[in-house]
Design a protein around this ligand. Structure first.
Ligand SMILES: Cc1cc2nc3c(=O)[nH]c(=O)nc-3n(C[C@H](O)[C@H](O)[C@H](O)COP(=O)(O)OP(=O)(O)OC[C@H]3O[C@@H](n4cnc5c(N)ncnc54)[C@H](O)[C@@H]3O)c2cc1C
Length: 403
């Protein structure tokens, strides 16, 4: 049964009353506000001058060059295409580097769309996958500082995500699948596609070259942080972890070519089987420009929090708070009903228009009245997704004839 959520309350009050047992950690909100209005303001203020040089800076925060757009991009409040175009006048080097990173996001989406839940397992090389235990020793100032930021803000720069993934798995030999799950619970930009890719690539399962994290990066990217460390005279990461050459796994043909690229990409034109009564939004597309939403301006809109999934995932209050803020913002422009229950069952009972999402769970929708195309930056091709460069190479060749 679906329960109605009254959005005319403070997000923390909603969480405390209506989401009991459905989130983890302390009640609180990220400093990054959810919603289309906040996303539009962030894009309007975007200035990537100095990005190429400063994207990996960690501390002081004033030196950071990262855009902090990821929570908006992840939920398509800002599409990759829109962000790509927005930097057309930026200095050449910064623009190229930034656009390259947007392509990493698109690569993650293409890879996940193609291989699906296979991305939860070592992709190409053996890496510690499932050893239990917590891989973040918080008696180290660097780890504590970063994990605290993750817990308090639900967001990290790419550099410190790599520190955490490497420390958990490469140094401390804990299974990366468990580490990625822990990070996924906290990140307000958490996506299976980008998070699994980030962990696979850092621990070496995707590349065969594990990323080593040591005091060297802390001194370079967060100078001065070690001075406050209780372990400054006995630093456990003084040296880089021992280099290893992970065993290569048997070749997975799905990485070389896609037997069904049309299925991977989803529809390229809207498909209408019945007249929709409502627009149903999914977590993968919450923006005003969501194709199903924009094509049906007269329809009421529904979002259904997936209660069984939330109970299992135990996402942080920050993450759910970001969603609530996003929905509250949308509710100022559209007639919106927010429910807690089962979105797939809802779509069986009501004729809905939905935007395709390139994630395995989309297959759980069995009876949709109208399906709209996903807003890809580039259409998925049928060629190799084995590495970013092989994927990009095929993309640049424009191998989309299969569609
Ligand atoms: C272990 C690990 C886990 C990660 N988990 C996630 C995740 O759950 N969700 C997520 O969106 N990103 C994830 N990333 C990728 C990246 O760290 C974040 O996208 C980036 O730090 C977000 O900050 P930003 O918006 O300031 O990025 P910027 O540097 O300003 O880049 C602009 C945009 O490009 C994309 N981007 C940048 N770097 C990457 C990258 N390495 N891979 C994919 N896309 C990228 C993002 O959409 C980002 O918003 C992960 C990386 C690692 C190493």
């Amino acid at each position: 049964m679906n329960t109605r959520i009254d959005l005319a309350r403070d997000p923390l009050e909603i969480l405390a009353n209506d989401f009991k047992g459905l989130y983890s950690g302390e009640l609180g909100l990220s400093s990054i506000t959810g919603g289309q209005s906040a996303a539009d303001a962030a894009l309007a203020n975007l200035d990537i001058t100095g990005y190429a040089k400063n994207r990996s800076e960690v501390l002081p925060k004033s030196r950071r060059g990262a855009s902090v757009l990821s929570p908006y991009i992840r939920h398509n409040l800002l599409t990759l295409n829109e962000v790509y175009k927005a930097v057309s006048r930026a200095p050449f080097q910064d623009r190229e580097k930034f656009r390259d990173e947007l392509f990493w996001q698109e690569y993650a989406r293409h890879l996940y769309a193609r291989v699906g839940t296979r991305l939860f397992q070592n992709l190409r090389f053996e890496a510690n996958w499932d050893t239990p235990g917590d891989g973040w020793n918080r008696d180290m100032a660097c780890i504590d500082n970063v994990v605290s930021e993750l817990e308090e803000d639900g967001w990290l720069v790419n550099q410190t995500r790599m520190w955490l993934a490497s420390h958990w798995s490469v140094r401390n030999q804990r299974g990366w699948l468990r580490g990625q799950e822990r990070m996924y619970q906290e990140l307000i930009d958490g996506s299976r596609a980008a998070n699994l890719l980030g962990w696979q690539w850092t621990v070496g399962a995707g590349t065969g070259k594990p990323y080593g994290f040591a005091k060297w990066q802390v001194d370079k990217r967060a100078p001065g942080l070690c001075k406050s460390c209780p372990l400054k005279n006995a630093c456990p990461i003084e040296n880089f972890p021992e280099e290893t050459s992970p065993r290569q796994l048997e070749r997975d043909p799905m990485l070389d070519s896609d037997p069904n690229p049309k299925l991977t990409a989803g529809p390229l034109q809207p498909i209408r089987l019945r007249q929709p009564e409502r627009v149903l939004l999914t977590i993968d597309s919450l923006g005003d420009a969501d194709p199903a939403l924009a094509s049906n301006p007269e329809l009421d809109v529904v979002f259904v929090f997936n209660e069984p999934a939330l109970r299992r995932l135990q996402l942080s209050a920050r993450r759910l708070g970001f969603y609530l803020q996003t929905l509250q913002d949308l509710g100022t422009r559209r007639n919106l009903e927010v429910l807690l229950g089962d979105p797939y069952q809802y779509a069986n009972e009501v004729d809905v228009a939905v935007t395709f999402a390139p994630v395995p769970s989309f297959k759980k929708f069995k009876s949709l009245a109208e399906v709209h195309p996903y807003p890809w930056l580039r259409l998925p091709h049928a060629g190799s997704v084995r590495s970013f460069s092989s994927w990009r190479h095929k993309l640049d060749q424009g191998i989309n004839q299969d569609h």
